[in-house]
Design a protein around this ligand. Structure first.
Ligand code: MOS
Length: 709
């Protein structure tokens, strides 16, 4: 099998440049169709009856009045009398009606009674939990002896509360049956190729009879891999009613049951030599992923302290199950680890940047890159000029401070298949069963195609978002750009091989002496001896060249393992407790960058998402009712444009990075912002605010208690 490569440095005309998303105009003009925008002739509207209690048993259920209402076309009980409900807003009944209003009225007409059972939603108090999975423990070296022998020790308490995914487009879909055996779903998913099997299994039809379409989707962040019960029930309602059904989650359900990032709390002891060399780590962490109870953060994060012990307890709560949230478990681990490192630096009266640099040798395989990134970030932040020891000594009520954090992620390319057609008129069309989560997948595929063929971006057509196209992996784990760029590159090189064979006789050379550049097929290095792209493709014959490219998950086109360093400059008003971002610096590597603009855009977006969970974003759970109090877009606080300060993004570039091939970038830059901001707050006000988000009440409480939890 031939080896596939990216074009070498100096021979890339599109790869690595800044390109705007090709589907930007469709999105801003409203032409782009999301699952939510899908409307079918005769379509019904689906809704769910949801349990208001966090823990209850259904004692009575009567749907007869709802069934009799004019306009109600199908009613399905999914949890009946006797069922135990484990979290608030779990579904009891789904129904479909001719209008949303009738569906809502019909839900109200259902008679249901519950025996309310005790619930538990405050996992920080794990000693009160009815169910906590026994601690997993990992030990390396001699943590007790090393802690004993350490010159300096700190002990801290850190926590990060549960948050939602808060996708702008809620979970949901439209389902339509063509006949008794064939169904199409227009769904909001990160997993187009995986949908048919998931639906088919539950609907008891062959997977080949299910088609999933996701042309555009409004965010997933890890919460949209599954067909979900509401997806299956939407299909069942459509089958029963004999009409298409649209069922999208209401915002309160979306934010309560469709995504939960697990919380994490930890007591950590860290020991070091006087010069800052880390020697001992002992931590005990706990947290909740809701009814599933999972989500152990990888501790210590990045810094492989030679002697270490870590214990984690998963606490079960009466909240909907955890879903992967952009870099699952890493933002938690990062906040917990970087927090105690910053506290150790303060104890040593050392600049944390120096403490980090002192310990580069225990940063694992990416240490050299981390060192470069730490220095680059420091330069962009003017760290050495601006940094001061813990506690802004100024007399005003506004204190300023700096904080830093670093992160790592895998991002190995997923398996992906690309079908490619090159037509005799020179037009080009690719088909991939992938999806664009809003990250720029379409654009990246087009860049790779156009680059490989030496034609303009506008000359290629990219089809994605349909399970009828060749399968690609789910968009999870930052694997998509690596996967689709590799399969597309392979397909395009395979097509060129055929095209070169067709035109080589005309140019009087062998096919391996040809190259495709700037709209021509030419003899390598001899631009005078050529055919234009159009002249060349005219020789294809009647049928298009039809090839496939498969990315097997290994090869020279992609790699895994990235790093990043982020720094925050904040101001804290010690009278109001309000934290303001002055500036964030993000330095990030991701191997070969295909589109610099969409890559940077991932980092900007991650910084904003990070500022959200650092300062304001929180699922506020009422311990009395077990309900989320702010499951809406008004009190679930996300930053506005006035809250984000100056954002500086720097992508690491150059031969050392390019040679690694493409590596995923979507998740890593969202890991560090919370930790960097948390550390900057401590540096500003002189005490640790143990929790994220560092809301005004928590800042004031930390000031009052002198930083004790
Ligand atoms: Mo990601 S949290 O694997 O979509």
């Amino acid at each position: 099998m031939p080896e596939y490569y990216w074009p070498e440095e100096g021979k890339r005309s599109l790869i690595g440049k800044r390109h705007s998303r090709l589907d930007g105009p469709a999105k801003v003009s409203g032409k782009a169709r999301y699952a939510y925008d899908t409307n079918r002739p005769g379509m019904l509207f689906g809704k769910g009856l949801r349990c208001p209690h966090a823990h209850a048993r259904i004692t009575k259920l009567d749907t007869s009045a709802a069934k009799k209402m004019p306009g109600v076309k199908a009613v399905r009980v999914v949890q009946d009398v006797g069922s135990e409900i484990h979290f608030a807003l779990d579904e009891i009944v789904f129904l479909a009606a001719v209008t949303e209003e009738i569906a809502t009225d019909a839900i109200r007409a259902i008679k249901v009674e519950y025996e309310v059972l005790p619930h538990f939603v405050t996992e920080e108090q794990r000693d009160k939990a009815p169910e906590a999975k026994p601690a997993e423990e990992e030990v390396t070296g001699e943590p007790n002896a090393a802690m004993e022998a350490a010159d300096v020790k700190v002990e801290g308490y850190y926590g990060i509360v549960p948050i939602a995914h808060c996708c702008l487009e809620a979970h949901g879909q439209v389902c339509e049956w063509e006949d008794e055996q064939n169904m199409t779903t227009w769904c909001s998913t990160q997993n187009v190729s995986g949908m048919p099997a998931q639906f088919a299994e539950k609907l008891n039809i062959p997977a080949s009879n299910v088609r999933a379409v996701t042309q555009y989707m409004g965010g997933g962040f890890g919460s949209k891999f599954s067909a979900d019960r509401w997806g299956i029930e939407c299909a069942e309602l459509a089958r029963e009613a004999g009409a298409p059904v649209k069922l999208m989650l209401e915002r309160d359900a979306e934010m309560t049951v469709a995504g939960d990032r697990p919380s994490a709390y930890a007591r950590i002891q860290l020991g070091a030599k006087r010069d800052g060399t880390l020697t001992a780590w002992v931590s005990e962490s706990w947290g909740s992923g809701g009814v599933g109870g999972r989500g152990a953060p990888p501790l210590p994060y990045i810094f492989q302290v030679p002697n270490r012990r870590h214990q984690h307890t998963a606490v079960r709560t009466n909240r909907a199950g955890a879903r992967a949230w952009r870099a699952p478990r890493h933002p938690q681990a990062c906040h917990l680890t970087m927090g105690v490192l910053e506290d150790l630096a303060a104890e040593l009266r050392m600049d944390p940047l120096d403490l980090f640099l002192k310990n580069v040798s225990i940063m694992g395989p990416r240490a050299k890159t981390f060192e470069e990134e730490l220095k680059k970030a420091a330069e962009l932040m003017e760290w050495k000029k601006k940094w001061h020891p813990r506690g802004d000594s100024g007399s005003g009520r506004v204190k300023r401070g700096l904080g830093l954090a670093m992160h790592t992620w895998g991002g190995r390319a997923h398996r992906s298949n690309c079908e490619l057609l090159v037509y005799p008129d020179g037009s080009v069309e690719a088909k991939l069963g992938s999806q664009d989560l809003g990250t720029g997948t379409r654009t990246v595929i087009a860049i790779v195609l156009a680059e490989t063929f030496g034609v303009p971006l506008a000359a290629v057509k990219v089809n994605i978002g349909d399970s009828r196209y060749p399968a690609s992996g789910a968009s999870g784990g930052s694997t998509t750009v690596g996967g689709v760029s590799s399969s597309t590159r392979r397909a395009a090189l395979n097509a060129l091989e055929q095209l070169f064979a067709k035109v080589a006789p005309d140019l009087g050379v062998s096919p391996d002496q040809l190259e495709a550049v700037e709209g021509r097929i030419q003899v390598k290095g001899n631009s005078g001896k050529n055919l234009s792209w159009k002249q060349a493709t005219a020789k294809i014959g009647v049928n298009p060249i039809s090839v496939t490219g498969a990315n097997p998950g290994v090869g020279k086109l992609n790699d895994s393992g990235v790093g990043g360093v982020q720094m925050a400059d904040v101001s804290v008003d010690v009278e109001t407790g309000l934290v303001k971002i002055n500036k964030m610096v993000a330095v990030q590597d991701c191997g070969l960058i295909i589109d610099l603009k969409t890559a940077e855009s991932q980092v900007y977006g991650a910084l904003i998402m990070g500022i959200a969970y650092a300062l304001s974003e929180e699922k506020i759970v009422d311990p009395v009712t077990g309900r989320i109090l702010n499951a809406n877009m008004e009190f679930y606080k996300l930053p506005g444009v006035g809250d984000i300060g100056e954002l500086v993004v720097h992508m690491m570039k150059g031969r050392r990075y390019d040679e690694r091939g493409v590596i995923g970038l979507g998740e890593p830059p969202v890991i560090s912002p919370g930790a960097a901001i948390g550390n900057a707050v401590a540096n500003a006000i002189g005490v640790r605010v143990p929790y994220l988000p560092a809301t005004p009440d928590r800042v004031l409480s930390a000031l009052e208690k002198g930083g004790m939890a």
